[in-house]
Design a protein. Structure first.
Lengths: 694, 88
């Protein structure tokens, strides 16, 4: 059988397998739904989802085990474009996309669209500048390309460092997400959840490397997209009676906008917001008057209690006075902490933002800054997308350059399905909360509100601040993640769909974590160990080292995640800016400019990633703490750009350094120039070069 | 390996289509984004137009750009005889 027919047969076989799989999965859902109707307890449904999906991934992982280098690193280079598209979709969409994004859109309105555009538009850059050329080059890792193009181990080594830096911060965030979801599905503690989730990640990637990761990612994509779409479609039917939320939520947005105008003027809303403003102002005043205010405040509550006792007031007032004494801060330091927390309610005194308004701000100057940061964030996310090694690596796995080009299309298509649904979901949930929940009597709150308030008050808490017995919008404190997690209950779907959504979130986090861990392990085992330290290592030795490193890196990442050290969302965004500043200029110029020299690329990569890192370290609160930076943030800010978009400086600097240094250093050798020509043409007669590693 | 004039022409046509598609990408993303308040806030089937662009319109354009580029280049490969052999 020739290679073409065997590839065709392989593709047909894959289609059959995954059609069966999807059918089987839907059957599984229906069976669970029936069991739920028959009285299966909720906890069991959660366990069933957790165990069934992880076993499924493990099964695929075990069946795909391999010790062949080409299979282990690039899945044998025979992944058809459509399937590579699905795998890239799952690789790409992390817990942040699946759970966090609709919530960000709910909370930020138009500003949140920066993530929607940034995380899709980057694929245009992947398609135009990188994927087909990297596929033609056809080795195993991104540092492979840097090493070959920029002649030597210096470029490769810098590439390894940057790949590890951005992938590690990213994978920590994913494992954190895995821990949260596992804890929610199973009721285990977060720390245990992290390590249970870790087992789930390792069963996919440990035995079969890229090959196993690819086929589990396809399976994970199918679960996550089904899990994302079902509740949104249902919610759309509830509010518009049309099952195509993406097409019809414009009319819902109009209703939300009209409702926002009402709520902005509503006297009860104003009353609640003023109460928050007053509470914050009082706390501020007490904070300023420390330490004196601690003693006077203590005397005040004591006196109020004595008065209440002497005055024979009703029992509940006496109890309240008693409570005020009991809960009064123990010392000045505790008082400071408590009042700082109180002062933070200032944010809740703000008027709600208008969902559809671009760049909301108090004045023109602030508006300009908002706009600048919106565009800068889009830029960094896009360029970062086109520079993250775990994504670029996927295009090594297609059978041909043509398939690589097609595969970028399929990747974005599959990502698009989720990304153009997320803004619809945010608007539908907002409509539900603004029109149905606001104005409800506290005694008649919907069941989902009560259950989520109990499960996690940081995600949802509603307190009758002005004691009128009705819910005001300003009385609702909401965490973004609830938008996706609670949608099934808001839409009135059975619990089995809630379990499905959690399983979808788990699939999203596991698949991304797999891709990232493999990237790190390969950078260390293939680039550092095999290419630089021990070029004579046998294939089995190389793969053995890679597997061992995978284990070590995974455990290390899980350990860091379990410490809950940093702002997780910041870590994810930081990975994009770092990758953008470090890799993008060197990769693109390496293909499009023959004159780019090795020393220039090394310096450019270092400059790009360093300035990005430096900007974050001096302007981002958590990083400043880590590096002990004490000078005021305003002094370190350039052009009012937020630390999340630090790549805005790294990318142009990287280009600039590479171009300038290239011009003053001798042109690259003849064979490097031939390599550039080689990657530019899918197939050229008389080209004797063969960079493809099998 | 010696590049012929035809090979060079292939590459310059590749660069041209890359530049055109990149320009479209830039306009859809950054020009529309920059003027989101000023010119693009009119009502579009219920959405403010700039909001719709950010949430759907630009995404659709991105998908089409990539689809078109793949089709164009796959044809160009054949036209200039640099397509991959059957065995791949």
């Amino acid at each position: 059988m020739s290679a073409v027919t065997s590839q065709k047969a392989f593709t047909a076989q894959l289609k059959k397998v995954y059609t069966f799989y999807t059918g089987g999965f839907l059957f599984f859902l229906v069976v669970l739904a029936i069991l739920e109707q028959m009285g299966m307890p909720r906890a069991w449904i959660g366990y069933t989802f957790l165990i069934a999906t992880v076993l499924l991934y493990a099964g695929i992982g075990v069946m795909s085990r391999t010790s062949d280098a080409s299979e282990y690193y690039v899945a044998g280079r025979r992944v058809p474009a459509v399937f590579n598209g699905m795998a890239t979709g799952a690789d790409w969409m992390s817990a942040a996309s699946f759970i966090g994004m609709a919530g960000t859109l709910y909370l930020q309105g138009y500003s949140g669209l920066a993530f929607i555009m940034g995380w899709t538009g980057g694929y245009v850059l992947v398609a135009l500048f990188l994927a087909p050329y990297l596929r033609k080059f056809g080795q195993f890792t991104i540092p492979d390309f840097l090493g070959a193009r920029y002649g030597g181990n210096a470029a490769r080594f810098v590439g390894v460092l940057i790949a590890i830096l951005c992938s590690f911060v990213y994978v920590v965030a994913q494992i954190y997400g895995v821990g949260l979801i596992t804890a929610r599905l199973s009721g285990l503690s977060f720390e245990v959840g992290v390590f249970v989730g870790l087992a789930g990640i390792l069963v996919c990637s440990f035995l079969g490397g890229m090959r196993a990761v690819t086929w589990t990612q396809v399976a994970q994509y199918i679960i996550l997209i089904v899990a994302y779409l079902i509740p949104v479609v249902w919610l759309s039917v509830k509010h518009t009676s049309i099952p195509l939320p993406q097409l019809v939520y414009g009319s819902v947005l109009e209703k939300v906008t009209a409702r926002e105008e009402q709520l902005l003027k509503d006297p009860k809303e104003l009353e609640v917001r003023k109460m928050f403003a007053d509470r914050a102002a009082a706390a501020d005043a007490k904070l300023k008057a420390l330490p004196g205010s601690f003693d006077s405040g203590k005397a005040d509550v004591q006196k109020a209690f004595e008065d209440a006792k002497a005055g024979n007031v009703p029992g509940d007032q006496l109890a309240a006075a008693q409570k005020a004494v009991d809960t009064y801060p123990k010392d000045a330091a505790a008082a400071k902490a408590a009042w700082t927390k109180d002062a933070a309610v200032k944010g809740r005194a703000n008027a709600p933002l208008r969902h559809g308004e671009a760049f909301p701000a108090a004045n023109e100057k602030a508006r300009d800054i908002t706009r600048k940061n919106f565009l800068a964030l889009i830029f960094c996310l896009m360029v970062g997308t086109a520079a993250l090694p775990h994504i670029l690596m996927r295009y090594y796995t297609t059978p041909s350059v043509k398939a690589a080009r097609d595969s970028v299309f399929w990747s974005l298509f599959f990502i698009f399905l989720l990304y153009f649904t997320a803004p619809a979901l945010a608007v539908l949930v907002k409509f539900d909360i603004y029109t149905l929940l606001v104005g409800t009597e506290f005694t008649k709150l919907p069941a989902w509100v009560n259950s989520w308030q109990r499960v996690d008050p940081s995600l949802l808490s509603i307190v009758d601040v002005n004691k009128d017995g009705l819910v005001q919008l300003a009385e609702i404190a909401i965490g973004g993640d609830i938008v996706v997690l609670a949608t099934p209950e808001i839409a009135g779907l059975p619990y089995v769909i809630s379990g499905l959504v959690a399983a979808g979130g788990l699939a999203a986090a596991l698949s991304t974590a797999d891709g990232l861990l493999l990237t790190i392990a390969n950078a260390l085992s293939h680039d550092l160990y095999y290419k630089m330290i021990n070029p004579n290592a046998s294939t089995s030795m190389r793969i053995g080292v890679s597997k061992a490193l995978l284990l070590v890196v995974a455990i290390l990442a899980a350990y860091v995640a379990s410490l809950k050290v940093a702002d997780i969302l910041f870590l994810v965004s930081a990975a994009f800016s770092l990758a953008a500043g470090g890799f993008f200029p060197a990769l693109v110029l390496g293909i499009f400019w023959k004159r780019a020299t090795g020393i220039a690329a090394v310096l450019g990569m270092i400059a790009g990633v360093s300035v990005t890192f430096y900007y974050m370290a001096t302007t981002q609160p958590w990083m400043r703490g880590l590096f002990g930076v004490t000078s005021p943030i305003a002094d370190n800010t350039w052009w009012d750009i937020a630390p999340i978009s630090a790549g805005l400086f790294g990318v142009p600097l990287g280009f600039l350094v590479i171009i300038l240094v290239s011009l003053v250093t001798p042109a690259p050798k003849r064979e490097v120039q031939e390599l550039v020509e080689h990657v530019r043409y899918p197939n050229i007669k008389g080209d004797t070069m063969n960079t493809s590693a099998m | 390996m010696q590049l012929t004039e035809r090979h060079k022409e292939y590459w310059s046509r590749n660069l041209r289509i890359t530049a055109i598609l990149l320009a479209i990408w830039f306009v859809v993303t950054f020009v529309v984004g920059y003027f989101a308040r000023d010119f693009f806030s009119f009502n579009f089937f219920g959405w403010p137009f700039s909001f719709w662009m950010g949430a759907q319109g630009s995404l659709i354009v991105y998908v089409i750009i990539i689809w078109y580029y793949a089709r164009y280049m796959n044809n160009l490969d054949r036209e200039y005889g640099v397509e991959e052999g059957e065995e791949e």
